[in-house]
Design a protein around this ligand. Sequence first.
Ligand code: PEP
Ligand code: MG
Length: 609
Amino acid sequence: MNSTEPQIDRPNRRHEPSDNDTNVVLKGIGVSGGIAIGQVVLIERVTTEIFPQCMLGPEEVSLEVDRFTDAVKEAAAQMREIKKSMARRSPTDDHLYILDSHIMLLEDRMFFQGTKDAIVKDKVNAEWALSEIVSGIIKAFETIEDEYLRERARDIHFVADRVMGILTGGPAERKLPQLPPNSVVVAHDMSPADTAQLPRGRVLGFAIDMGGRTSHTAIMARSLKIPAVTGLEKITRRVFTGDTIIVDGTTGVIIINPGPDVIIRYRDRAELYRHYTQSLMPFGRLPAVTRDGAHSVRIMANIEFLDEAPVAREHGCEGIGLFRTEYLFMGRSDLPSEEEQLAVYRRVVEENAPNPVTIRSLDVGGDKLSPVLNLFPETNPAMGLRAIRLCFARIDLFKSQLRAILRAGVYGNCRLLIPMISGLQEVRRTREILEEVKDQLRRDGLPFSEQVPLGILVEVPSAVAIADLLAKEVDFFSIGTNDLIQYTLAIDRLNEQVNYLYDTLHPAILRLIRYINEAGQVRGIQVAMCGEMAGDPLNVPILIGMGLSELSMNPLSIPLVKKLIRSVTIEECQQLTRRAFKMQSAEEIHDFLETWLMEHFPNDHFVSR
Ligand code: PEP
Ligand code: MG
């Protein structure tokens, strides 16, 4: 191929390398930003052989159960070994908890007891029983809408593969090939145990068939700042070890065997990206004060996992504006204990002190967590038994979370955020429960903070309509635009067919935000925003113009948003807001804000399109 431009992948390409194999572009999901140019190291897929079904005689059944139990014990021992060696290399590695969760999965009732029961009931060999049970669990996971939870099905695969390997006498460990410097790891999937074996410093990038934003590879790549693209589906069938490859983790593009001029172009881009992110990093350390010094904004981070907190601090967050606690309840069949929760909350609170950490109570429900909470399937989970409604229905679970949060408050500055409030009654009930929890903590003689402020996520239109009433009864508001837009514009945030209607700058949404902020200001309570809207520079001047003083966002957006805030004056933002409020459609407002930013700051890349 003579063309020097990358060619989009053609479906019937031959697999053998040929002249045509240069500049092949694949598109996946960019899960960790930056550009890597290196040599492919292809990690072969582990395929557990399908083992035939063998019927057992009555006297063989209990021996088979023992054989399975021993294999599970052996798998747990192996995983503890891996964890130990990982801990030796990197004692504070947050991914150790993922290995813990895998060890716990081995003891999972459905997995362990389910397989034993199947051996006994069906009088079949352990391999067959295990594969039947696992495929049942995986099927149940596949129907889950929540991406993070769906990803957890793969944890069960990793664990089952290990047990199967022991049962069948196959290799216990996937041996990773030697990694030369400048390696780009290409794999169908990577388990935490695989990633634990990777020599740090030699891996420049990841290109993975499976997975999305919340796969383990994605989480690890982000915290190690290694460019990564997942969800590539068939990249392992398109490359060979030694091929040159470009991974653009920002756009999700992979280029296999790029031509020399493409490499030069991407080297320039990689340099620019490094330069750009490095040049932005100092802004993270500066306060987000407008150019005229008249308005300051507290910039906070949204996190879901413990390992995001240090990255958030590096990027300049002034606290955690939203700690989504759902992950603590995921990938397991039991509920996290109060002590386990306390350990996690305490760590985040301590590490961020004296800055605030806003811990959101469990925001799951509908079909999201049925494996753990045994909830009934709902036809409309977004409007069903989720968030605070679920917490009221499972008061035991709610109280143990509240106890852990109040106890964590002793170690720093902790705030409690309640999702999906739709009326006053829910706030009052929450306060009552909080009082009961405090009484019990006193009786138990456990130290806790009396000062943990109670805030609500304003994300349901009814809460906006009574924001003035709610403001009298809570300590702060945090505007959850992700759901507020979904419920106000009647757009299912997971439905791709109506996604084009989802617009942060819809005049209805802007009016609601203004109203919420005014209601909060009248009562003198803090009004923050933690929906995705807050981290997009396009929206920032209008949010400031409306008077918001706390924005919480994806950690990586912080330096750019701070830079923007420091570039504008409050007067400019207010003027712009007045003009935008006279406009009648989202498109008009969009174009206006885009043009405004490009005209005022032509060299700053505040507008990504
Ligand atoms: C929101 O709804 O804006 C929000 C911050 O919460 P989540 O995206 O977790 O629902
Ligand atoms: Mg929400």
